[in-house]
Design a protein. Structure first.
Length: 447
């Protein structure tokens, strides 16, 4: 169940650990003419190079990618409808009011009543939404060949997520409802502040205390690649003394990496899929992008940007709750906004707000991803490695959408945009010695 807290926390976790894309090695022998071009005057056509990378995908691969990603457009709507349906079930059957009454019979302490209700709410909404969750995140992922888990393994991870949600969600809801009851008029503003602070807390502890619950993290063995990654980190002021790898292959076939954490918990991590499927140039290109998120303070900027959205969301909830409560509150057994039984209504209103804000949220994230792309190209100086990573994103992201489509549904720049920017960067640096050497061994169609 994607209640309002889960949506807020998800935004920061994504910013702390953005998707890096997928990479594929391409080996094409250098020809005499290509070497000659590399050491002489080079003519490099960024547009032609972009089309050459796009041509690596067969029509069948493009069709499969488009079907997966475009299906995700409908999932945005269906996710919202499922959340609203669960909220309506809890309210319309007075189940939420009965859960509150049970908590009140158990204890007289308000904060403990909230905690007992929160535990019931999180477990029940998770179970009610489980069939849809199984389809969206297990069945559909297997249909497109993106998951490597069986059902038991997948349910095991879901159980861990539920445990984390019970602990963090209950704590957050106890604090939020204490604020709502104390600040009867400005509760929406103070409540938004609590969520923002909690987002920062989760972003701080996630790399060290939450992520290891789902994967095993180990220090990357000493190698020239590790030396180069740490050198790139030091050159860009990233306080990391080690590089970690984790076993994401037990869950997915996607590659990923991240530079995450806050207030001394910064960690550079890459998964085993990236290590096994990518060349050093591609790995450095991906890590350069991830380092860009850290150096450009995207976690902190994301907290500010999405914090504003959360404040606006709480303002919308304040208006909507009063309007709905006057019409159906008595029928549902609600006693006002400070009544924890009204949580499903708050969740429903926040779901509506976040659904309407989809293009805004995607644009904010996509803009920061584009900034990290530019930083990564300058830091890693691997335009072809970056382009190959963008090609691999096509396994689950539409490669070349229309402008309106990209604006509304893409939280990362499209593959075409990323490849084209990398090739433009390469064209502007083609006279640099390292780029000219790379040109000698680049894929023939990209020259």
């Amino acid at each position: 169940m994607k209640h309002f807290l889960a949506i807020a926390l998800l935004a920061v976790l994504m910013l702390g650990a953005p998707s890096a894309g997928r990479a594929r090695a391409v080996s094409v022998p250098a020809t005499a003419s290509s070497v000659s071009a590399a050491v002489g005057t080079v003519h490099f056509d960024a547009n032609a190079a972009t089309e050459a990378y796009l041509a690596q995908l067969t029509p069948t691969q493009r069709a499969n990618s488009n079907a997966y990603f475009e299906g995700g457009y409908w999932l945005v709507l269906w996710d919202a409808l499922v959340a609203l349906g669960v909220a309506w079930l809890l309210l319309g059957t007075r189940l939420s009011a009965n859960m509150r009454d049970l908590a009140e019979r158990i204890t007289r302490w308000r904060w403990l009543q909230t905690a007992i209700y929160a535990l019931q709410y999180i477990v029940l909404t998770t179970l009610l939404a489980l069939p849809w969750n199984v389809y969206e995140n297990f069945v559909r992922e297997h249909k497109y060949g993106l998951s490597s888990q069986n059902l038991g393994q997948w349910l095991g991870d879901q159980g861990k997520g539920l445990l984390v949600g019970l602990i963090l969600g209950t704590l957050a809801l106890v604090i939020i409802y204490a604020v709502i009851r104390k600040a009867t008029r400005s509760w929406w503003l103070w409540g938004a502040g609590v969520v923002i602070v909690f987002m920062m807390f989760v972003a701080t502890i996630a790399p060290v205390y939450i992520a290891p619950l789902f994967n095993t993290y180990k220090s990357l063995p000493d190698s020239p690649l590790k030396v180069q990654i740490l050198s790139m980190a030091r050159a860009n002021g990233i306080p990391a003394t080690d590089v970690y790898w984790f076993d994401a292959s037990r869950q997915s076939k996607r590659i990923s990496a991240n530079v995450s954490g806050m207030f001394g918990t910064t960690r550079i991590s890459l998964n085993d899929n990236l290590l096994n499927r990518s060349t050093p140039a591609e790995i450095k290109a991906v890590l350069g992008h991830e380092m860009g998120h850290y150096v450009l303070n995207h976690v902190y900027k994301g907290i500010v940007f999405f914090g504003i959205i959360i404040v606006l969301g709480f303002a919308f909830v304040r208006w909507g709750f009063g309007w709905v409560d006057r019409r159906w509150g008595a029928r549902w057994g609600l006693r006002g906004v400070g009544d924890v039984a009204g949580l499903p209504l708050i969740a429903a209103l926040f779901t509506v707000f976040m659904f309407l804000m989809t293009p805004v949220n995607n644009t904010l994230t996509r803009t920061m991803e584009a900034e990290a792309d530019a930083f990564g190209l300058n830091a890693a100086r691997q335009p072809d490695g970056f382009a190959e990573a963008a090609v691999q994103l096509s396994e689950y992201r539409k490669l070349h959408p229309g402008p309106v489509e990209e604006f509304v549904f893409f939280d990362h720049p499209s593959g075409w945009n990323r490849i084209h920017r990398a090739m433009v960067w390469k064209a502007e640096h083609i006279d640099d010695a390292d780029i000219r050497a790379e040109q000698a061994i680049a894929p023939a169609g990209a020259r």
